[in-house]
Design a protein around this ligand. Structure first.
Ligand SMILES: C[S@@+](CC[C@H](N)C(=O)[O-])C[C@H]1O[C@@H](n2cnc3c(N)ncnc32)[C@H](O)[C@@H]1O
Length: 321
């Protein structure tokens, strides 16, 4: 896709509820007529797509097909920026599915290819027909990571890194790093001086190392226990972690031991003005554990919603800061 060519369209940007404000903040100077919805934004875009493609707070983008022929035939539209011929599929959108397929291939020369498409026509509850743009999906813009079963959603990772407010040169630690999504995102969005990751399981340490090496993000990853970190007191500026929720990873009973121990470690290793951004769905236990950890407090909570899960990212700081 040519991201430097003019491309105009009404776009739907989809994100995770909880990330909409961050997405809005990032695009409000770049686009016109922005409308919020719980899972994203619609907006008017007119210009090269590169500045939009660089934004991490949306998972996918689609052209609103209010007038299919006008949009498909627009020489300055988003489809004209795609590699030719445009490869597409039409999802089961209703009766017009096959007419749409025939129109797009016969009138516009697009190639119907369900296995390798850059345009997916589907139906959105609010906008009606939309065309998802394959090259604007998050993994196509920022690269696919090897994932652990409970890996952090990339958009959530981006919001967590933003909440961490990492300053250049700071020491950043993920004590439960899994396949390293947060470490990669922190290394790419900020300029940490030192990036360190720990996980109890060798296979995730290995996966994190692969993900980091593939993106040339300098980081030390090692087997380690978040309840007994191999780090000196007061040596860490920022801590980010997607904790075991007690669903796919760990258990609530396990968390009743892990969370208090991990929070004691957070208090011990953080410097005075340090901050930790910790994601969990075992929320009551987490809040109670923070309250019982003398010296720590929650200063912000952002809830993310996705099918079957409502985790929150908690920003935790020292009471003195
Ligand atoms: C929700 S996953 C993290 C996912 C990770 N952010 C990613 O994107 O792949 C939680 C991780 O914590 C690890 N873990 C559980 N208990 C731990 C402990 N006591 N110390 C270190 N890691 C632990 C698990 O092995 C798992 O990889």
């Amino acid at each position: 896709m040519d991201l430097d060519r003019r491309a105009r369209a009404r776009l739907l940007l989809r994100t995770t509820p909880g990330a909409v404000d961050y997405l809005f903040e990032e695009v409000r100077h770049l686009a016109g007529d922005i409308t919020r919805r719980p899972d994203g934004l619609t907006l008017d875009w007119d210009g090269p797509l590169r500045p939009l493609a660089d934004v991490r707070y949306f998972s996918g983008a689609a052209v609103v097909l209010d007038d299919v022929e006008a949009r498909a035939g627009d020489p300055d539209g988003v489809f004209a920026a795609l590699d030719a011929p445009v490869r597409f599929r039409v999802a089961p959108v209703g009766e017009e599915r096959w007419d749409l397929r025939d129109l797009l291939s016969e009138k516009f020369g697009w190639v119907n290819d369900a296995g390798d498409w850059s345009v997916n026509v589907e139906r959105d509850e609010r906008e009606g027909l939309i065309a998802e743009i394959g090259p604007l999906f998050y993994p196509r813009r920022f690269g696919e990571l090897t994932r652990a079963p409970a890996s952090t959603t990339p958009v959530v990772a981006a919001v967590m890194v933003r909440l961490a407010k990492i300053e250049p040169g700071q020491t950043v630690v993920d004590p439960c790093c899994g396949a390293g999504t947060l470490l990669v995102t922190a290394g790419q969005m900020a300029e940490p001086g030192e990036l360190l990751g720990f996980d109890l399981m060798d296979r995730w340490v290995e996966a994190a190392r692969e993900n980091l090496d593939a993106r040339r993000v300098p980081c030390v990853v090692a087997r380690g226990d978040a309840a007994a970190l191999p780090l000196p007191d007061g040596s860490v500026d920022r801590l980010v972690a997607n904790l075991p929720f007690g669903k796919r990873v760990g258990s609530h009973a396990g968390n009743t031991r892990l969370y208090p121990a991990l929070l004691r470690e957070v208090r011990r290793v953080l410097r005075g003005k340090g901050r930790a951004v910790l994601l969990t769905e075992d929320k009551r236990l987490f809040r109670e554990s923070v309250q019982r950890t003398h010296g720590l407090r929650v200063v912000k909570e952002i809830e993310f919603t996705r099918p079957g899960a409502h985790p929150s990212a908690y920003v935790v700081t020292s009471r003195r800061s």
